[in-house]
Design a protein around this ligand. Structure first.
Ligand code: MG
Length: 258
């Protein structure tokens, strides 16, 4: 063997040894050997729920809050005028009777999935917050704004799709005045400790006409017209619909407890 060849082989051997040493020093510990079955579980089995046959219709496990005729799920939210609601039912629509007060569900709710459709009245001479204003009051105190969003400028954290005075929608997904608008609201109720302290805030996802407008928004508290949001301890509460003086119509209201 020539001297050059010997030198080359020696160099190769030396560098291989050095490389192997380096590998030993940096190699991670042997990965744990998982049994694939150890990360699979079989209980509890999620219940089977039959989806609706038509898009937007209530699935099998939904509580139907308004089906076009029956008002038995609702009562007046006006403390001075409790009892049956004074809103109008016409052609399968539940229409606000302006000045007759807001309404609320008799049943109390926490985490839920709420489907509700609304139609703004003709705009007339009204603008901004006076054009088709209503609201879906989650647990009676956190407002997902209902407003005519058809060429109707107003403050953006008060437009349709907003969490009132807290968060503007990601986009304006309203179509046209006179057309039905479809809200799907996914609500995680706030949690409070035994001393009344806030343990976890409310979180909401809102889809308007199939378009995401609020994405897991963490609420700062209630949604007052004046002042800042606050939290006051509460449990399950009714859902309310706001009377803001215009004849907004609602239909196809259903809810799933989560
Ligand atoms: Mg409102």
């Amino acid at each position: 063997m020539e001297r050059k060849q010997v030198l080359l082989i020696s160099l190769l051997c030396a560098s291989t040894m050095l490389w192997a040493q380096g590998q030993e020093q940096t190699a991670s510990p042997r990965p744990q050997q998982w049994d694939p079955k150890s990360t699979e579980w079989h209980y509890p089995v999620p219940p089977k729920v039959a989806p609706a046959k038509a898009p937007g219709a209530p699935p099998a496990d939904a509580i139907v809050l308004f089906n076009g005729t029956d008002l038995s799920q609702w009562e007046s939210a006006d403390r001075n005028n409790p009892g049956p609601i004074a809103w109008t039912v016409r052609n399968g629509e539940l229409i606000i009777a302006p000045g007759k007060g807001s309404i609320k569900t008799k049943e109390f709710f926490g985490d839920c999935q709420l489907h509700i459709e609304f139609k703004s009245p003709p705009p007339g001479q009204h603008d901004g917050q006076n054009r088709g204003n209503s609201g879906i009051m989650m647990q009676g105190r956190y407002e997902v704004q209902v407003l005519d969003g058809d060429n109707n400028p107003t403050y953006v954290n008060g437009m349709v799709g907003s969490i009132y005075k807290q968060k503007a929608p990601e986009v304006n997904a309203y179509t046209n005045n006179g057309e039905w608008q479809v809200y799907d609201i996914y609500w995680k109720a706030p949690r409070f400790g035994t001393g009344g302290e806030l343990e976890s805030p409310a979180i909401v996802t809102v889809v308007l006409n199939g378009i995401l407008v609020q994405n897991n928004y963490v609420l700062k508290g209630t949604t007052p017209y004046t002042g800042m949001p606050t939290y006051t301890a509460h449990g399950r509460m009714p859902i309310a619909l706001q009377d803001h003086g215009t004849e907004v119509a609602f239909r196809n209201i259903w809810l799933r407890n989560l």
